[in-house]
Design a protein around this ligand. Structure first.
Ligand code: NAD
Length: 270
């Protein structure tokens, strides 16, 4: 069973979910159905993934799910956020969303504070059970903490053994913001590392299972992606073993600051 983590408003999120970035609309329903059958209860999509309708097909009528979607950069701003939320909900065919995130801060446009005000409104109106952000650096978070009553429930950031985000994780804990790791496997690029392969052999697990287990033991929420059924199953099968502290340290030493995605300060795609 996947553990549940309490957000700062008491809503509970499964610690492991299924990410659907780059899964084409015509394949996503099949992948999400496979994930649900394997035991996943949390699905992470975004308006910018252009697959919310397919996710909507797969989740229709399935109870006890936790659905996250994200507001795209070009929809930032108060009124446009409210409109974009309605569009996402229409595609997902949900009455109430579990978690809505601002996808990127896009600081050069300076609209994320206005956008946060709209998310607070959606939360106050009961349209979403929790609101949060993604790709926010410390200073973007600090602005929301300074100017608004609602502390983000989640900051979804790039995080994996090559980019461990220790400083940001400390900021999150200080404010009871849950750290959610995107590209938790560094898009598969680190699975061939000799240190990970050694631990996989030692624990009789796959390299992906070692890395996902490391995340879980750090307290991160993780949302690995795969469209391959046996990998979808393997990625959730990580709750029956535990890495020893020494082996957590072996992984801690792999941190070298490598990003697979852009630096949020410079990412302004619309
Ligand atoms: P990931 O780290 O989950 O890696 C996915 C890739 O790793 C797969 O395409 C496959 O090649 C490989 N893989 C997966 N399972 C494997 C296994 N068991 N064995 C071997 N290889 C395996 O990368 P991701 O898709 O970039 O990130 C996961 C999710 O995070 C996304 O689907 C999306 O939901 C979210 N995300 C969010 C943002 C954001 O800006 N908020 C950005 C990127 C991703």
């Amino acid at each position: 069973m996947v553990p549940l983590i309490s957000l700062n408003n008491g809503v509970r999120i499964p610690q492991l979910g299924f990410g659907v970035y780059q899964v084409p609309e015509d394949q996503v329903a099949g992948a999400v159905t496979t994930a649900i059958e394997a035991g996943y209860r949390s699905i992470d999509t975004a308006a910018a993934y252009y697959n919310e309708s397919g996710v909507g097909d797969a989740i229709a009528g399935v109870p006890d799910l936790f659905i996250t979607t994200k507001l795209w950069n070009s929809d930032q701003g108060y009124d446009s956020t409210l409109r974009a939320f309605d569009e996402s909900m229409r595609r997902l065919r949900r009455d109430v969303l579990d978690l809505y995130l601002i996808h990127w801060p896009t600081p050069s446009r300076d609209l994320y504070a206005e956008t946060w005000r709209a998310l607070e409104q959606l939360y106050a109106d009961g349209r979403v059970r929790a609101i949060g952000v993604s790709n926010f650096h410390r200073r973007h978070l600090q602005r929301l903490l300074d100017e608004f009553p609602t502390v983000p429930a989640v900051n979804q950031i790039e995080l994996h053994p090559l980019l461990q985000q220790e400083e940001l994780r400390k900021v999150h804990s200080a404010h009871r913001i849950v750290t959610e790791a995107w590209s938790p496997l560094a898009q598969g690029t680190l699975l061939g590392r000799v240190e990970i392969a050694g631990l996989a052999e030692k624990y009789d697990q796959t390299p992906a299972q070692i890395v996902l287990r490391w995340h879980v033991q750090l307290g991160n929420v993780v949302i690995p992606k795969s469209v391959t059924p046996y990998r979808i199953k393997e990625n959730i099968d990580i709750f029956d073993f535990e890495l020893a502290q020494d082996d957590m340290t072996v992984i801690a030493e792999l941190d070298n600051g490598t990003r697979t995605g852009p630096d949020p300060d410079r990412f302004n795609a619309a």
